[in-house]
Design a protein around this ligand. Structure first.
Ligand SMILES: [Ca+2]
Ligand SMILES: [Ca+2]
Ligand SMILES: [Ca+2]
Length: 297
């Protein structure tokens, strides 16, 4: 991490942090595992004086400023900017480590609803009192938004998380080590630019990696379909199988078959069909059947 603010000499006896980030294909969520040792966990007060993991996410890397003091229009009313601008296109979470008698995070903007279910959740594990040292584990997940307005989820747009997409992320760790001293003892940035907290152009690209090969089967049948013309009962089938494949065999469930990779089939009669794809390759065979997903009237 690049130092910023105070606390430029990192000392693991003062603070030692490990962060892991993950995602699951098919869900617009980012998962975090935060493991930290601190010599003084500062979390008894109800305000921002708290050990904090400050996370900033820009799900579509639109970049640019996103907090009211950085609004491009000079002299903008700060509350107007808070509601129309702050956190709308990139989000900043001040996550309290830990949170006791306090919500788990402060979302720095006019969209506090994004920290609650079904958009986020958090759980802590620790065994210390305020002012003591020890180890903390925090697990949480969030939903990044391309648009998160103050009016709530009805007009919101989740960031679509897809394989190999780059998203903007940075974080800072704010270490308070004395409940009686107002200022913090350290502010550590992942980004080299301290103002990453309010300008998404200073976030770092995190690539949403595909599953590593060791987690994949060498050959794995999968497919999807789309009814392209219900009047003609015309259905397009798309092969989504993984691995090296040399042959495809489709059974459309009406007695007809195909050896094309991506066939289009016309059903003669209405009904729900059991469609089966068999594939073969150098590493073996695989089958994927779907019962009654394909239905035409
Ligand atoms: Ca400390
Ligand atoms: Ca954005
Ligand atoms: Ca601390």
């Amino acid at each position: 991490m690049a130092p910023g603010g105070h606390g430029t000499d990192r000392d693991p006896k003062d603070l030692d942090v490990k962060v892991k980030v993950g995602w699951v294909k098919g869900m617009n969520r980012l998962y975090f595992l935060y493991q930290a040792y601190d010599d003084y966990w500062d979390f008894s007060l109800p305000d921002l004086h708290n050990d904090i993991f400050e996370l900033v996410v820009d799900g579509d890397r639109s970049g640019g400023p996103f907090i009211s003091p950085f609004h491009p229009i000079k002299g903008m009313d700060p509350m107007e900017a808070w509601f129309s601008f702050q956190g709308v296109q990139a989000q900043n979470y001040h996550i309290f480590t830990p949170a006791k008698g306090k919500e788990w995070a402060m979302v720095w903007g006019g969209q506090p609803w994004i920290k609650n279910l079904p958009y986020a959740n958090a759980a802590y594990n620790y065994n210390f009192n305020p002012g003591e040292s020890g180890r903390l584990t925090l697990e949480f997940w969030i939903t990044p938004f391309d648009y998160a307005g103050t009016e709530g989820p009805s007009r919101a747009v989740e960031s679509a998380l897809t394989e190999n997409k780059n998203i903007g992320i940075s974080w800072a760790i704010i270490d308070y080590d004395n409940v009686n001293i107002k200022s913090n003892n350290g502010f550590w940035n992942l980004s080299r630019e301290r103002t990453m907290y309010g300008n998404a152009s200073f976030l770092l690209p995190f690539r949403l990696m595909p599953l590593e090969n060791r987690f994949l089967k060498p050959i794995d049948a999968q497919w999807s379909f789309s009814v392209i013309d219900m009047n003609r009962r015309m259905v397009a089938f798309t092969d989504e199988s993984k691995g090296v494949i040399t042959s495809w065999n489709w059974d459309f469930g009406d007695g007809k078959t195909s050896t094309e990779q991506n066939p289009i089939h016309i059903y003669s009669n209405p009904g729900q069909y059991i469609v089966i794809l068999w594939i073969e390759g150098p590493s073996g065979k695989s089958r994927m059947a779907k019962v009654w997903d394909v239905a035409v009237k």
